[in-house]
Write a protein that binds this ligand. Structure first.
Ligand code: ATP
Length: 206
């Protein structure tokens, strides 16, 4: 049976890089961030509900969601944020459940759910194993600053607002240490690939 591996990590920990490495080995994946964008595309009921509550100010000229405008509305209004989450989260979850069920019916030995908020969102309950990509905060801050062209103080503030490293690690079944170079990362992915294929072949594993 196809095992589902939940992959998580903080900002710039290497989730996309790790996903690409598994994808090169033929492993299918779904990204919770992509799914979150899909449920508010034009034609989706969640977008209609959001537009009904906030009006045209949250829509772009072409009818797509103006994420920045919406972010500004919910930023300082916890009740609005809760309302928005009550509209989007169940739909994201439903869609992820469908995708994961399709993976389980498929031929792959295992498949990935990539989610920055795997633990915070409750999505960890949808997977068989949890893989945490771990980097020291200093590395995370440096990679964020370089990639996103923000200064170190901003990068530090983003990291500080996320789940602490130790808490994430405490919930991990498997860990990738991504403090080193990309070759070291590829070796770790290859080792996990062997392990997950072996686990998927065992009777009693899901
Ligand atoms: P986010 O959730 O913030 O989008 P992410 O967890 O998907 O980030 P990546 O985009 O994979 O992280 O990596 C963050 C940055 O760090 C990228 O610029 C990537 O090229 C770089 N990076 C990732 N792994 C390594 C590595 N082992 N060595 C050097 N640079 C790396």
């Amino acid at each position: 049976k196809t095992l589902i591996i939940g992959v998580t990590g903080g900002i710039a920990s290497g989730k996309s890089t790790v996903t690409r490495a598994f994808a090169r080995l033929g492993i299918p994946w779904v990204d919770a961030d992509d799914t979150a964008r899909e449920v508010v595309e034009p034609g989706e009921p969640a977008l209609a509900e959001i537009a009904a509550r906030y009006g045209a100010r949250v829509l772009q000229g072409d009818g797509r969601l103006d994420r920045r405008a919406l972010r500004e509305i919910v930023f300082a209004a916890p009740e609005e944020r809760r309302w928005l989450e009550s509209v989007t989260h169940p739909r994201i979850r439903e869609r992820l459940v469908e995708r994961l069920a399709a993976f389980r019916r498929g031929e792959a030995p295992y498949a990935l759910l990539i989610s920055p908020l795997l633990f915070e969102s409750g999505q960890a309950a949808l997977v068989d194993r949890r893989l945490v990509i771990d980097v020291p905060e200093a590395v995370q801050i440096a990679r964020t600053a370089r990639r996103d062209d923000v200064d170190e103080a901003q990068a530090r503030a983003i990291v500080a607002a996320q789940m602490p490293r130790e808490k994430r690690l405490a919930r991990a079944d498997d860990v990738i240490d991504n403090a080193g170079d990309e070759a070291g990362l590829a070796d770790q992915v290859a080792a996990l690939d062997r392990r997950y294929r072996a686990l998927a072949g065992l009777p009693g594993s899901r």
